[in-house]
Design a protein around this ligand. Structure first.
Ligand code: COA
Length: 93
């Protein structure tokens, strides 16, 4: 997401998605610059990326939510897995 000022553009938000190009995609690094938060841009960014993935026929979109943004994603329709699937992590000792 860019702020345009004349010919200059400034990065003010981004999100990444990794996908198997078939069924599944996972969202990463959803970020809006602090100066531009609480203006609806995060929601717009999420709707944009979901629309793009849906247009590519991706039917399952997942993400790992930090505790302080669970409600943000819930408001966009994200739910805990209905079958109880848990995100699991492995770290080196
Ligand atoms: C989380 C983040 C992307 C939200 O972007 P934003 O532009 O501030 O959010 P918006 O203004 O689009 O808010 C959309 C809605 O979500 C709500 N919302 C925003 N942040 C929220 C939060 N942390 N918790 C609960 N609700 C939140 C807003 O109140 C708004 O509600 P409304 O539609 O009823 O008015 C942004 O705060 C951010 O970049 N945070 C730091 C990085 C981060 O934590 N990313 C997530 C990593 S999992």
């Amino acid at each position: 997401m860019w702020q345009m000022q004349g010919k200059q553009r400034r990065l003010i938000g981004f999100a990444r998605a990794t996908s198997d190009h078939a069924f599944n995609a996972t969202l990463w690094d959803v970020v809006v610059h602090p100066d531009f938060q609480s203006k609806g841009l995060g929601k717009a960014l999420m709707k944009f990326i979901i629309k793009k993935l849906r247009s590519d026929d991706i039917s399952n979109i997942t993400l790992f939510a930090d505790p302080h943004v669970v409600e943000f994603y819930r408001n966009l329709g994200f739910i805990s897995d209905p079958e109880g699937i848990k995100g699991m992590f492995w770290y080196p000792d």
